[in-house]
Ligand binder design. Structure first.
Ligand SMILES: Cc1cc2nc3c(=O)[nH]c(=O)nc-3n(C[C@H](O)[C@H](O)[C@H](O)COP(=O)(O)OP(=O)(O)OC[C@H]3O[C@@H](n4cnc5c(N)ncnc54)[C@H](O)[C@@H]3O)c2cc1C
Ligand code: FES
Length: 276
């Protein structure tokens, strides 16, 4: 049975900064008592306030940035849990369980990488790009297509642009960049031969975007990985709150379901069945 990762633990951290980001987000920075080693991009932590204000069930968040014992999370405020986190005071305690999940897998060599980010789904890509650049992948061999409903939901866009890779913002309302969604932008880039058609995809964002990415990958026979933002209860494989339907003929041995928290959150697009 899939189990939580060996390096996961539960510890109290101190909130060191809470900074507004975009129209409805915050950048939450915490400092942990024990530093974690450099963590793979795409992994996540379960967070809740140490003073028990807000829901007792922690909420999952991708690791956005890491500097030693300082961890940053990019959080879109939508409900009780994220409101409580956004209102945490500097100096207060935060309970962290993690690092959890698998993170992004190794890339297929010599194929351009297209990262498709939808809104707050951009969070796991910052560290991914940094790590790929540090491993020697050239900035020209990857493109981030970062979409949202409107420009105010392109959280910390400047930080992504500063990484030096090509970043293509898209907005549904045309307030910045390409007007439309990330898939439309990729298709336009293919048409203009600015991105090779024979590329590989990584995607994180709302489910309709992931379903569209899954279809695009299937039709064009592209390697693709999807990072899911499923509902989670425990984050460690106990509650079954995060099950994802799998394909019987897919590359994952788990069938008919996988647990997103311990077998994901990143899945090969051929392994899961989102459009159910
Ligand atoms: C692995 C993983 C990584 C994530 N990383 C991030 C991140 O980096 N930043 C970030 O802001 N969020 C991230 N999320 C999503 C985040 O966990 C949820 O937004 C959060 O749990 C909402 O908690 P809440 O108490 O504020 O909302 P709730 O009160 O629980 O819900 C408020 C409303 O939002 C809806 N909702 C809640 N969670 C989700 C969801 N996962 N998908 C769709 N609708 C939902 C509910 O149905 C409800 O309508 C991640 C999720 C996963 C599984
Ligand atoms: S969140 Fe509990 S099993 Fe995955």
């Amino acid at each position: 049975m899939p189990a939580p990762p060996d390096d996961a633990n539960s510890q109290l951290a101190t909130v060191t900064a809470v900074i507004d980001s975009g129209d409805d987000g915050v950048l939450l920075e915490v400092e942990t008592e024990q530093a974690y080693p450099a963590l793979n991009a795409g992994r996540f932590f379960m967070l809740r306030r140490g003073d028990d204000v807000g829901p007792l069930i922690p909420r999952p968040f991708s690791l956005f940035k890491q500097r030693g014992a300082r961890l940053e999370f990019l959080i879109k405020v939508i409900g009780a849990g994220t409101h409580a986190l956004a209102e945490a005071a500097v100096g207060s305690e935060m309970r962290l369980i993690g690092p959890l999940g698998n993170g992004w897998p190794s890339l297929v060599p010599d194929k351009h990488l297209v990262m498709l980010a939808g809104g707050i789904g951009s969070a796991p890509f910052y560290l991914a790009i940094k790590q790929l650049l540090a491993e020697g992948l050239s900035a020209g061999s990857m493109t981030l297509i970062y979409g949202a409903a409107t420009r105010g939901m392109l959280y910390d866009l400047a930080a992504f642009e500063e990484l030096g890779v090509r970043v293509l913002p898209t907005t549904d309302d045309g307030s910045l960049g390409f007007r439309g969604h990330v898939i439309g932008c990729l298709e336009e880039e293919w048409q203009a031969e600015r991105i090779p058609r024979d590329c590989q995809l990584q995607a994180c964002g709302p489910e309709p975007m992931l379903i569209a990415a899954e279809r695009l990958a299937a039709v064009n026979e592209l390697p693709a990985w999807l990072s899911l933002e499923s509902y989670m209860g425990c984050g460690v494989g106990i509650c079954n709150g995060c099950v994802v339907p799998t394909r019987e003929d897919g590359p994952l041995s788990a069938w008919p379901n996988a647990k997103c928290c311990v077998e994901g959150p990143v899945f090969d697009s051929r392994a899961i069945s989102l459009a159910h």
